[in-house]
Design a binder for this molecule. Structure first.
Ligand code: SF4
Length: 428
């Protein structure tokens, strides 16, 4: 049986697309393997958000060139954000690559397979996962919108993934119903900006409409979605979240900076005050909401005072999770063209450490309040002899038990907490 290996870097969207590609290759009689050296077909699913990621891809393509010179029958396929609109230019640069296809362009993959006599099944388009993979996880990632129309000044994504394209709601509902019939209990709807969902579809359905439709699927117990954009998140979506029991009390709401001038230079389209109001509304409507955010430190020109604004916003908002990154210039973006990367690396590092230190203390305090409580955990797997899964608020929980818990909802009594995870004992 021929074997494939999918190398994936980047965001959840890429992980979801790799699952889908794996589904196609399974349908064509391929078997998954865990390294380049054992594979007959390799897929690189790429991310170019940072220059360092692009450098990693170039290194991997160099490695595969060497492998292909020894094994000319090795097929090399490349997808993800590395594949831009200049595919012919990329093909000239990397002649050892058999196919470059844009993220989500599965018809291109299927057409290539047909030319090689690789019988990839067309009808898997809406059913990305096969039974064997689903047996390993009750959670599925579902892309609902591709691309981004926002053009934040530091971000390369809109240039690589293109403008927003939503998947029809019927197609998504059909896919989720099929996955649920195969054992999935939780879905995470994905998009660079899920709050833009549907504006390009006939009748303009929105995320709230989609949540309502999905909530009607029996046996689906949890729905999540990410990532939200603070300038686009509507009251309708917040109220829908509050009213549908299946929608988990968890949101990813990137703020990026706590300073209005920096937000303006980032072209984020909101002020700190507007972000603060949005969070207050969300917390009023959904009292136990768990909030995660993204923050960039060391954006060009960020003064000590502006950084302090970010630090005090983190202190004030008491997020459950903060993903903090030091700014790195990305060729091809507005910020790269217009601003000098003038914050020294050691200052960026120092600012990043300060945010992480503060957030560790906040997360430690928030999680410690769960000690002694019982919480519902959807069990996703077993690691080091312990079952693990997530609460509705997306906290990672571990417990030991001799029973079979994969895919089950366990009620866990929390005994110990840390800023990153919880440990407890199963009660049911
Ligand atoms: S919203 Fe901004 S940061 Fe997010 S993908 Fe779009 S351009 Fe990039």
């Amino acid at each position: 049986m021929p074997r494939y290996f999918i190398w994936t870097i980047g965001c959840q969207m890429n992980k979801a697309e790799s699952q889908q590609i794996a589904g196609y290759l399974d349908s064509a009689g391929y078997q998954a393997t865990t390294s380049f050296s054992h594979a007959d077909l390799v897929v690189l699913n790429t991310c170019v958000v940072r220059q360092s990621a692009e450098d990693k891809i170039l290194g991997t393509l160099g490695l595969l060139k060497g492998l292909k010179s020894k094994r000319p029958n090795l097929h090399i396929l490349v997808t993800g954000c590395f594949v831009n609109s200049h595919t012919q230019e990329l093909q000239r640069q990397f002649p050892h690559v058999d196919l470059l296809f844009k993220p989500g362009d599965y018809p291109e993959l299927i057409a290539w397979g047909q030319k090689q006599d690789i019988p990839i099944e067309q009808n898997l388009l809406r059913y990305p996962c096969n039974d064997s993979r689903l047996a390993r996880s009750p959670c599925a990632l579902i892309p609902i919108i591709q691309g981004c129309d926002n053009f934040c000044s530091y971000c390369i994504v809109p240039y690589r993934r293109g403008r927003e394209v939503s998947r029809p709601a019927e197609e998504i509902v059909c896919e989720v119903a099929e996955l649920v019939s195969r054992g999935v209990r939780e879905v995470t709807l994905l998009g660079q900006n899920v709050d833009s969902y549907g504006h390009d579809l006939p009748g303009h359905p929105d995320l709230a409409d989609l949540l309502n439709e999905l909530s009607g699927i029996d046996e689906l117990v949890r729905i999540r979605f990410l990532t939200n954009h603070p300038k686009d998140m509507s009251l309708k979506v917040i109220e829908t979240m509050a009213s549908i029991k299946k929608v988990c009390e968890h949101l990813e709401l990137p703020v990026q900076s706590g300073d209005d001038d920096i937000l303006k230079a980032m072209r984020r389209g909101y002020t700190v005050e507007r972000y603060r109001d949005l969070v207050h509304t969300i917390r009023r409507k959904i009292p136990h909401i768990s909030l995660s955010t993204d923050l960039i430190v060391g954006f060009p020109g960020e003064t000590e005072e502006q950084f302090e604004h970010s630090l005090s916003l983190v202190q004030e908002m008491k997020f459950d999770v903060v993903h903090v990154a030091a700014y790195s210039p990305r060729p091809g973006t507005i910020a790269y063209r217009e601003y000098q990367d003038n914050i020294p690396a050691e200052v960026k590092k120092e600012r990043l450490n300060k945010i992480e230190e503060l957030q560790t203390a906040i997360a430690s305090e928030i999680n410690s309040q769960l000690r002694g409580q019982e919480t519902e955990v959807l069990v996703e797997g077993k690691k080091g002899g312990k079952w693990y899964g997530r609460t509705r608020s997306n906290k990672l929980v571990f417990f030991e038990d001799a029973g079979e818990w994969l895919g089950q909802l366990a009620i866990v009594h929390i005994d110990r907490t840390s800023p990153w995870s919880l440990i407890g004992q199963v009660k049911n």
